[in-house]
Write a protein that binds this ligand. Structure first.
Ligand SMILES: [Fe+2]
Ligand SMILES: [Fe+2]
Length: 183
């Protein structure tokens, strides 16, 4: 589907959709760096395998946006998103494997919802917008698998600090998207 998607300039994208796509690119870039942060710190073989597998998917998502979304529509704050992602992954890995899975569960739960909001809008659009929706739906499914994988590994019975950490990640992700849609 990605191969047949019209180029960015040929699509009827309004300002709001362009803003969404800027936040998507920023998010996928930050997602790659979360896993880089985890891999920079964790020596746990299970965590490292988990991070390498997920990062391969995030690199594919990022490659799509890098090849399709013109540079002038990308966030001016990419260094900030990348640093935030790296820090988030590194801190989680310092705290231990379970915190890594708690973190990815929270991040991907947010991302699945973020893509869903766009799918709801795109589903009412013309053929090219439906094609874009197919691409984003594929990414959303990948993020859902990441979320489920992390949730399985973290298991039940999260501690209060872990629940607070997830709430903080949700809040931070919302704030990040708000900014990345504009800058
Ligand atoms: Fe992704
Ligand atoms: Fe993901």
């Amino acid at each position: 589907m990605e191969a047949t998607l019209p180029r960015f300039e040929a699509m009827p994208l309004d300002r709001e959709l362009v803003r969404d796509l800027r936040s998507d690119h920023a998010g996928e870039s930050g997602a790659v760096t979360i896993y880089r942060g985890i891999l920079a710190v964790s020596r746990d073989e299970g965590v490292r395998r988990f991070a390498r597998e997920h990062m391969a998917t995030e690199l594919r998502h990022l490659a799509f946006f890098e090849s399709w979304l013109p540079a002038r529509y990308r966030s001016a704050l990419l260094p900030l998103w990348n640093a935030s992602g790296f820090l988030l992954g590194a801190v989680a890995a310092l705290l231990g494997p379970r915190w890594v899975y708690v973190t990815i569960d929270a991040v991907e739960t947010f991302v699945v919802g973020h893509y869903q909001e766009q799918l709801d809008v795109l589903s009412g659009g013309d053929h090219s917008l439906l094609q874009l929706a197919e691409v984003l739906r594929g990414f959303q499914q990948d993020e859902g698998h990441h979320r489920d994988d992390a949730a399985d590994r973290r298991g039940g019975g999260m501690t209060l600090p872990q629940k607070a950490w997830q709430a903080l990640i949700d809040y931070g992700s919302r704030a990040g998207v708000w900014v990345a849609r504009r800058v």
